[in-house]
Design a protein around this ligand. Structure first.
Ligand SMILES: NC(=O)c1ccc[n+]([C@@H]2O[C@H](COP(=O)([O-])OP(=O)(O)OC[C@H]3O[C@@H](n4cnc5c(N)ncnc54)[C@H](O)[C@@H]3O)[C@@H](O)[C@H]2O)c1
Length: 453
């Protein structure tokens, strides 16, 4: 059934032509690690871009040509600002946008269940300002069904004009378009340009897919359409669960290899020479970041609604979350070999970011490791070129300052948690009394002081 097809067609044509002409006004909601680079990418491609964030300090920084993300220099912000980019915390500007991309956080709550409060709050804030013919794309990682079951109902019920999301091939004058398109960025990975990462898009109806696909095609080299938002949501989870499970596998095999006196790193390197059927994953001190330790549990939570238990996810979670405790035990036994107890020992932790060369602490295993070392009586220091201070987060309260990387001989143990490339590992090993290495950062260095962990 069609109502007011002429208006519908006019709205749609206007959106299509604006996307084509790069005059479509793009609003990015949530200017964090995902949203800010996305905003800059649209800006580079000459789209008029407005960033929305509830954090007034971020808005202020951006409008003052400043950056708060290490790898984005302030010159990039200034250049974007000079070509029209601006940030705001005022949702009334939503009405001026042609397309809105939502990049807000999707963490777990204290019971390790999905916390969709940021998506809900965003939808509630957008809804009163929606207008017919707009495109809304959710980019935040979440369980299959979120776009249709959570986002769309709030957008529909929260606007007074009675606007409805376009579904199937129905044509309503008062409709807006909705899609889900997962963010696939890998922070710190410079081997693939952002625009070379194919963009998966699942629209609520074919027109939403087409419009969202056309918009993303302006900034990404390849768009991969899937049949529904749920398929796109599930695609992102499959990717992250694949990583989570495979990392758990190598973490478990590492524990066995340590016991058997086999070097797991050598084994992975050798296995990687197989030209097919093997993709290397690497062990470490535990999972970190906003994605891999969190996203799989979005699916295991949703699966329960279907009376289904995702055993691989649970098992991987169990193994990966035990790794920081394994590191602490390894430090204790390495000190023991030096006739020292953890209690009272001075331990220098190198690297607190969750992975190499990034300024992101979220879910970092270093936080658990430091807490556990302190709990067992160690005097803990840290060094990380990306963090001058570690204060309080959702799950930690360390209040520590970065210690300069000199006089390493004063510590009973130097513990490498994050293998930043700035570190001179040879120098570290030569100065330290004992080095516990969770990342194989000391590969190639021969020394009795090194303990692989
Ligand atoms: N960081 C990554 O590498 C990465 C990669 C792929 C996917 N993701 C996913 O992308 C999403 C965003 O992650 P991120 O790392 O950019 O998070 P982030 O915490 O860096 O940024 C989120 C931003 O959203 C803002 N925000 C929160 N509520 C808001 C609201 N109601 N309105 C406007 N702004 C609001 C916050 O102030 C913050 O600036 C998450 O779902 C995450 O899982 C992240």
């Amino acid at each position: 059934m069609s109502t007011h097809p002429a208006t519908y067609t006019a709205n749609l044509e206007q959106l299509r032509s604006r996307v084509h002409a790069r005059s479509a006004k793009v609003g990015i909601i949530g200017l964090g690690y995902v949203g800010l680079p996305l905003a800059l990418l649209f800006n580079e491609e000459r789209f008029p871009v407005t960033g929305f964030d509830v954090d007034a300090t971020k808005v202020q920084s951006l409008n003052g040509d400043q950056s708060y993300i290490f790898r984005i220099p302030h010159t990039e912000i200034a250049a974007a600002r000079a070509t029209g980019f601006s940030a705001t915390d005022d949702y009334r500007h939503v009405a001026e946008m042609d397309a809105l991309m939502i990049c807000v956080p999707t963490p777990l709550n204290e019971y390790r269940e999905p916390d969709l409060s940021y998506i809900r709050a965003t939808a509630e804030a957008i809804a009163p300002h929606l207008r017919a013919g707009q495109l809304i794309v959710l980019e935040s990682t979440t369980y299959p069904g979120t776009t249709e079951e959570v986002l769309v109902p709030i957008l529909e019920s929260g606007n007074k004009a009675g606007l409805k999301a376009a579904r199937d091939s129905q044509e309503f004058a008062n409709s807006f378009f909705v899609a889900f398109s997962p963010e696939r960025e890998d922070p710190g990975n410079d081997t693939v340009a952002r625009r070379d990462i194919p963009k998966v898009v699942g629209g609520l109806n074919p027109t939403a897919s087409e419009i969202a696909g056309a918009l993303y095609n302006s900034i990404f080299n390849r768009v991969v359409p899937v049949s529904s938002p749920a398929a796109a949501e599930m695609t992102k989870l499959l990717e992250n669960i694949y990583r989570c499970v495979n990392i758990a596998l190598v973490n478990e095999l590492k524990l066995l290899c340590l016991r058997m006196g086999i070097d797991i790193w050598e084994v992975i390197q050798a296995a990687s020479t197989k030209p097919f059927g093997f993709h290397p994953f690497y062990p470490g001190p535990g999972l970190g970041g906003h994605c891999i330790p969190v996203d799989p549990f979005y699916l295991s939570w949703k699966a329960k609604e279907w009376d289904f238990h995702t055993r691989f996810i649970e098992l991987a979670g169990e193994i990966n979350s035990a790794m920081p405790y394994h590191v602490v035990t390894s430090v204790a036994s390495a000190l023991n070999r030096h006739k020292k107890a953890l209690n009272g020992s001075k331990v220098m932790v190198l690297g607190v970011a969750y992975k190499r060369d990034i300024d992101d602490l979220r879910e970092s295993p270093a936080l658990t490791i430091i807490e556990q070392l302190q709990r067992q009586g160690a005097e803990v220091f840290y060094n990380d070129p990306y963090f001058r201070k570690v204060g309080q987060g959702r799950k930690y309260n360390l209040q520590m300052n970065c210690t300069p990387l000199d006089n390493l001989g004063q510590y009973d143990c130097v513990l490498i948690v994050t293998d930043h490339s700035d570190y001179d590992y040879r120098k570290i090993v030569s100065e330290a009394k004992l080095v516990v290495d969770t990342r194989n950062a000391t590969r190639g260095i021969q020394s009795e002081k090194i303990v692989q962990c």
